[in-house]
Design a protein around this ligand. Structure first.
Ligand code: FES
Ligand SMILES: [Fe+2]
Length: 372
């Protein structure tokens, strides 16, 4: 984060903390219970927010070396990310041109990706490299290569387009509105710690909601997050993306200090949310990405939690921060989202989003507009 942004956020967070308030929306709004239960709405969301929208799916630092690869399942699409021999990034549908089997699984390094079914092999640039009994088939054409998807790595974030209508330009430009902030984070140099996946019995929006308000810190995270962080948040929106920062309790120490002597870094935690709802959690040691996708029905989602560390920070300390955040998320937040899903399903009551939950309001209105 650049010094100017950090200083401005520190000043605004401190003002909110001193006044014991958080940034507010102008009024309460209501979300229909239907939004978390309707199969039709889920189908519309899958198309408009996921299939037809460029998706931030990984950190560029998850695959950096020539001939490295990473496989992902994005909604129902098996995706293969590679760096070719020259280090250029590619994305493909992870389906062999022979009968559709995946040509790679997990992550790793390989000069050739060999399909485990009949042994066709492909280069990391997606070209057919060889196949047993080659003479039994017509000559190779682009149709015998892997099926490419538009992809880019900008600001250290890999963005992929799944739907056939998505163009390379759309993928390249999908983070432009928030470029200045993302660029200053230096994520492109960050190194990977780990990637976890959770299957969650809650709607994908309820999972995202967990990372968009600090109202729950004092109750749900009384013994964890609330020990260190204050809920006096500040938020900003950048067209379809958002930034949300809340201070360490220790920021109060700045009250006694002239502003010129304040530390240059952000005295708190910052969450960027990238359209259509991918969380980028930034702290002093590194960054985490939380990506929640719809599952097969409205009460189901698949959640990835990826940790990176700043090369200038101690990797051990960064790993501890990643694991602490992941444990709080898995043990306190996700079970609450699952309980809420059951409660909404039983009561069918519309949900109030308070004035103190402005980012929830912003995102639900955006999701609603895109899918209705
Ligand atoms: S499906 Fe890959 S070689 Fe047959
Ligand atoms: Fe939480």
């Amino acid at each position: 984060m650049n010094r100017r942004t950090a200083a401005e956020l520190n000043r605004r967070m401190l003002e909110n903390l001193k006044a014991n308030r958080t940034d507010l929306a102008s009024r309460e709004i209501k979300i229909p219970a239907e939004s978390f239960q309707s199969l039709e709405q889920l189908a519309r969301e899958r198309v408009s927010l996921f299939i037809n929208t460029p998706q931030p799916v990984a950190f560029a630092g998850e695959l950096t070396a020539p001939n490295s690869y990473l496989t992902l399942d994005i909604l129902d699409t098996p995706v293969l990310l590679t760096r070719d021999e020259g280090g250029a990034l590619h994305a493909f549908i992870n389906a062999c041109a022979h009968r559709g089997a995946p040509v790679a699984s997990g992550s790793g390094h390989a000069r050739a990706l060999v399909c485990p079914f009949h042994g066709w092999s492909f280069t990391t640039a997606g070209r057919l490299r060889g196949r047993p009994a080659d003479a039994c088939f017509d000559a190779a054409t682009p149709d015998t290569d892997l099926h490419p998807l538009p992809v880019c790595a900008r600001f250290g974030i890999v963005v992929v387009g799944l739907g056939p209508a998505i163009t390379q330009t759309q993928v390249d430009n999908s983070l432009l509105e928030i470029a200045e902030d993302l660029d200053a984070l230096g994520l492109a140099n960050f190194r990977v710690l780990d990637r976890r996946e959770y299957r969650v019995a809650a709607n994908w929006k309820l999972v995202n909601d967990l990372s968009l308000e600090s109202y729950h810190f004092a109750a749900l995270h009384r013994d964890s997050v609330a020990q260190m962080l204050s809920p006096s948040a500040v938020f900003d929106t950048f067209e379809r993306h958002s930034r949300w920062a809340f201070p360490l309790k220790s920021i109060e120490g700045l009250t006694e200090m002239p502003e010129e002597e304040w530390p240059e870094s952000l005295q708190g935690s910052c969450t960027y949310t990238l359209y259509p709802g991918v969380m980028l959690l930034i702290n002093a040691l590194g960054a985490q990405m939380i990506r929640a996708e719809p599952g097969a029905h409205p009460g189901e989602s698949v959640v990835s939690y990826i940790g990176m560390h700043d090369p200038q920070s101690d990797p051990q300390a960064a790993r501890q921060a990643y694991e602490f955040g992941g444990d709080v998320f898995a043990q306190e937040d996700l079970p609450m989202a699952e309980a809420c899903q059951r409660g909404i399903g039983a009561s069918h009551r519309d949900l109030p989003l308070g004035r103190n939950e402005p980012l929830l309001q912003f995102w639900h209105q955006l999701w609603d507009k895109a899918s209705n």
